[in-house]
Each structure stands twice: as structure tokens, then as C-alpha cells.
Unconditional design. Structure first.
Length: 150
């Protein structure tokens, strides 16, 4: 095995993870431990607890999204994923809500993993920016969640 010389290595210094990223990873470790001994009811409680500590407007949006996902795809199990509300099928996360305040971004997001059946041609969106939940947006979310588990 050949070792690269200092001259061949880029001069970029790794600055490490942000405090928010480290916190999310620590939360994920705790979630994995809890998942080993949890059932669907425990996941529901964990998601509702995460939503309860969110600040507005993320809290209101997360509450509404939780209701939409439960109504649109009752087979999905609520759970937390990196400290965010998520919904899984057979233990695998299908969709999740990332509050804007989690990583200090200007909008919240609704994301879908590769386990979601959203494939459409050669390219399709899997993360959606959320500024507010209108009736039209809610209908689109419901349709996406239904399709994701079809």
C-alpha cells in the first residue's frame, strides 16, 4: 500500500461536524437502541414527544403532517429518525419531516427514502421544501405518501 505524500494531499482542513449534526447522530444511536425494544405505540409516543418540543411554526406543521401520514398510510409506523419524526414500513424509513429549526434552515422539508415507491422515469423528486400547509399542499402530500407505500 502506497502512502500519499503531504504534497499530494489537498490543503483543505476537515472542520468536523456541526453541533446540530453531532446531536442528530447521537439521537440516531439512541433511536437504534430504542427500536430494538420498541413497538408501534412506543414509536408514536416518541414522535409526538419530538413534535411537542418543536417551536412554532415547525410544531404546527409536524402535527398536521403526522395526521396526514397516519390517515394516508396507516400501515406506516411512526418512529424517530435522527431526532426527526419519521414513518417506516417493515422497520425501514419511508418518509420523514425535518423541521427548519433542526439545522437552522429557512424552510422545513418532507423527505422520502429510497424505500418509497415514488420512482418516475429516470429522475424524480424525493425531498420537498415546506413553507406552509395549504389544502393543495396537503392533498399533494397525501397522494405522495399513498404512492410511497403502494
Amino acid at each position: 500500500m502506497e502512502r500519499k505524500s503531504k504534497e499530494m494531499q489537498p490543503n483543505k482542513k476537515f472542520t468536523g461536524f456541526t453541533d446540530e449534526e453531532r446531536a442528530a447522530m447521537k439521537e440516531h444511536v439512541q433511536e437504534l437502541k430504542a427500536a430494538a425494544r420498541a413497538d408501534k405505540a412506543d414509536g408514536e409516543g416518541a414522535v409526538l414527544a419530538k413534535i411537542a418540543v418543536m417551536r412554532e411554526p415547525d410544531r404546527a406543521m409536524a402535527k398536521r403532517l403526522h395526521a396526514i401520514v397516519k390517515a394516508s398510510a396507516p400501515a406506516l409506523s411512526p418512529k424517530t429518525w435522527y431526532g426527526m419524526p419519521a414513518y417506516a414500513k417493515d422497520g425501514e424509513v419511508v418518509c420523514f419531516f425535518q423541521p427548519a429549526q433542526k439545522f437552522k434552515t429557512r424552510y422545513a422539508t418532507l423527505g422520502f427514502s429510497d424505500a418509497a415507491n415514488l420512482d418516475e422515469g429516470a429522475m424524480w423528486p424525493v425531498v420537498f421544501a415546506l413553507k406552509e400547509l395549504t389544502a393543495t399542499v396537503e392533498a399533494r402530500i397525501s397522494a405522495l405518501v399513498k404512492k410511497s407505500v403502494s
